[in-house]
Design a protein around this ligand. Structure first.
Ligand SMILES: Nc1ncnc2c1ncn2[C@@H]1O[C@H](COP(=O)(O)OP(=O)(O)OP(=O)(O)O)[C@@H](O)[C@H]1O
Length: 247
């Protein structure tokens, strides 16, 4: 049988970056147990830009943390490029994170005493075959701010430094948990433009959690979570540019 084709003309069997089957996550036990994921079946093609929507508490961050190797599922399976990481050792998960995954969180976690360039160099010094700090800052449009300290940058610029730091090791995967959560919409749009450029230039499979439903229009694929499960998956036949988004 031929592999299924998705709307981007890719073979879904051969190109899945992530695949989960029956993924569950329970925090705690007994009467206080929280069932954060209740059987998540997902397939995310290589190179996709995915927006993950859903109400507070529906399990979005829990899923992202498992896909990024920061946490382990309670049950089910989780594969990265066909490799089953569900029961990977702690060491293997650490290597997976280090080699393949760039994280961006709501708060930028930059070192205040280091310039933008020096913050990115924290990663470029240890990465093999990574980008230079200058290249990473250029990709997010901050080459002219490289010698500024975080306190001299706007919130959106600081977030773009955090993105430059995350991409400096050329990750195959970018996982972004509410990257525009602390920003006004105009500033948030610059951050989303930077993430789109990274997705297109480096080809990194990118997952963005957001509470702003309008952001979904820039995605290849929109996954809506509901009560620990995938409620809906939409593939956008046309994508909006970040500058045309409104929220
Ligand atoms: N470490 C933890 N210990 C216990 N419960 C947790 C823990 N982390 C998350 N939860 C619970 O798991 C459920 C899913 O949380 P999660 O953070 O994944 O949701 P979310 O969709 O990302 O929410 P938000 O949009 O508010 O960030 C929630 O009920 C939450 O309270």
């Amino acid at each position: 049988m031929e592999p299924m084709q998705d709307t981007r003309g890719q073979s879904s069997r051969d190109t899945a970056c992530f695949r989960t089957r029956g993924l569950t996550k329970v925090y705690g036990s007994g009467a206080s147990a929280v069932h954060a994921l209740r059987g998540v079946d997902l397939e995310i093609p290589e190179g996709d830009l995915v927006v993950l929507l859903g109400p507070s508490g529906s399990g979005k961050s829990t899923l992202l943390n498992i896909l990024g190797g920061l946490d382990r599922p309670t049950g089910g399976e989780f594969l990265f490029r066909g490799e089953d990481l569900t029961r990977a050792s702690t060491r293997a998960l650490t290597l997976y994170r280090r080699r393949h995954v760039g994280f961006v969180f709501q708060f930028y976690n930059l070192m205040p005493s280091l310039t933008a360039r020096e913050n990115v160099e924290l990663v470029t010094e240890i990465a093999q075959n990574g980008l230079s700090a200058g290249e990473a800052l250029e990709l997010v449009g901050l080459e002219k701010r490289a010698d500024h300290f975080p306190a001299e940058l706007s919130g959106g610029e600081q977030q773009r430094v955090a993105i430059a730091r995350a991409i400096a090791k050329r990750p195959e995967v970018m996982l972004c948990d509410e990257p525009t959560g602390a920003l006004d919409s105009a500033t948030g749009i610059r951050v989303l433009q930077a993430l789109k450029t990274v997705n297109e230039t480096l080809g990194a499979t990118t997952i963005i959690i957001t509470h702003n439903a309008g952001v979904a229009d820039m995605a290849h694929r929109v996954i809506t979570f509901s009560d620990g499960q995938v409620g809906n998956v939409r593939v956008n036949t046309e994508r909006a540019n970040p500058e045309d988004l409104a929220w």
